[in-house]
Write a protein that binds this ligand. Structure first.
Ligand SMILES: C[S@@+](CC[C@H](N)C(=O)[O-])C[C@H]1O[C@@H](n2cnc3c(N)ncnc32)[C@H](O)[C@@H]1O
Length: 377
């Protein structure tokens, strides 16, 4: 039996950017669930963001499709999921990184907008970002190295930014890390094939194919990724957009085309229901937050076309090892959890035998956790 406290992630994935809703803590749990599925060959990570979960699927040998609406996410997916490490020459990659690192700084749009008009990155680093980004476009467009180098630049910029993790605002005083010189590193590529796609999950979920495993991690609230990560959108698109406000957000943030139904309280529940209905998967894994817009019961109802549904709940304020319960339609009950407000739900739906196998280890931990969360008598 696995103890509740042994559920911390054991699978290592590449260090990725700071990202709202990134499954840094749950990635081990999702990986264990996926690993339990017998004879699985394909996986979908439908709201892939940093590709953290997709990397685990690919690392398990699954042919993985990583899908998201954001252009920077597509770049990560092309780098970590679509690129086969064995097809990339390590020496060519190192050579390209050292060439880009040696370029003289040349202040341009990025420096003017994000270092002088606003203060997201220090100007000495901004001028290097401008020079490197121009060179990636001029010298590597259309090559296999393009998404890999762009990912390296995004991750390097993230390590020297001056934010609290979101780009709606920057810190009043420069963050200590922003004084470090920008440093390009080689992304930790994975061997094997994979697929990167960009689009609106609400429109395309059903058109992506059949999967053994599908993981759904939609946004939890009204905070838009397009505006929260507008520097990454601009660094990838490299389109020098008009901007507005203190944070120098892209003016196309106001366009309907850059919005997501998953950030709208009124539209989110029906949008997610449609996606769950349309995704073609044998085993569905859905993560959601107890403080968000849809109740656990409604999430489970959305999955009722599957033979069996089980929900795991994790205390997201502590660490993922602190699992505090399992709820399922069989009526299994756990203790009161009133002192732990913010839970991450992981809903697993599919054939009964497979769901039971996927959640068995976590289920065994329940007694111990129920005791932990039981109010004193
Ligand atoms: C909670 S985050 C996913 C985080 C990801 N699991 C990780 O570990 O990095 C939600 C993601 O949904 C994406 N998203 C929002 N609306 C979308 C839509 N309509 N279609 C596809 N992706 C969307 C966002 O760009 C964001 O990356």
């Amino acid at each position: 039996m696995r103890s509740a406290l042994s559920l911390a992630p054991t699978i290592t994935v590449s260090r990725v950017i700071k990202y709202l809703g990134s499954k840094r803590r749950l990635v081990g749990v999702i990986g264990e669930i996926a690993a339990s599925v017998e004879q699985a060959a394909t996986a979908l990570d439908l709201f892939t963001g940093t590709t953290r979960v997709a990397q685990v699927f690919k690392g398990q040998g699954l042919f993985t499709t990583a899908f998201d609406q954001a252009t920077y996410s597509e770049v990560f997916a092309k780098c970590y999921i679509e690129t086969d490490a064995t097809a990339i020459s390590r020496s060519e990659l190192e050579e390209a990184l050292s060439y880009l690192s040696s370029l003289p700084p040349r202040a341009g749009y990025f420096t003017e907008t994000f270092c002088l008009a606003s203060r997201f990155v220090q100007p000495f680093n901004g001028a290097r970002i401008d020079a490197i980004r121009d060179a990636i476009e001029a010298d590597f467009t259309g090559t296999a190295l393009y998404p890999v180098l762009l990912t390296s630049l995004l991750e390097a910029a993230d390590r020297v930014d001056s934010t609290a993790g979101l780009q709606m605002a920057y810190l009043k005083s420069w963050a200590p890390r922003s004084f470090n010189p920008l440093q390009l590193r080689a992304p930790a590529l994975l061997s094997g094939p994979g697929r990167a796609c960009r689009g609106d999950a609400h429109e395309l979920a059903g058109a992506l194919g059949d999967f053994d495993i599908a993981y759904l991690d939609p946004p939890y609230n009204q905070h838009r990724y397009f505006t929260n990560y507008h520097l990454w959108e601009t660094l990838v698109r490299w389109d020098a957009p008009e901007h507005y406000g203190v944070a120098c957000k892209r003016t196309d943030s106001r366009d309907e085309s850059t919005r997501s139904v998953f950030n709208s309280r009124s539209q989110m529940p029906s949008a997610l229901r449609r996606v769950v209905e349309e995704v073609r998967a044998r085993l569905l894994i859905l993560s959601y937050n107890s403080e968000a817009w849809i109740s656990r019961e409604d999430l489970e109802k959305m999955c009722d076309r599957y033979e069996h549904v089980t929900t795991l709940a994790f205390d997201s304020k502590r660490y993922v090892g602190a699992q505090i319960g399992i709820f399922n339609p069989d009526g299994a009950r756990v203790g009161e959890v009133s002192h732990l407000r913010n839970l991450e739900y992981v809903i697993v739906a599919g054939p009964e035998k497979e769901v039971r196998r996927a959640t068995a280890g976590f289920r065994d931990a329940r007694a111990e956790l129920a005791m932990l969360s039981e109010p004193p008598r």
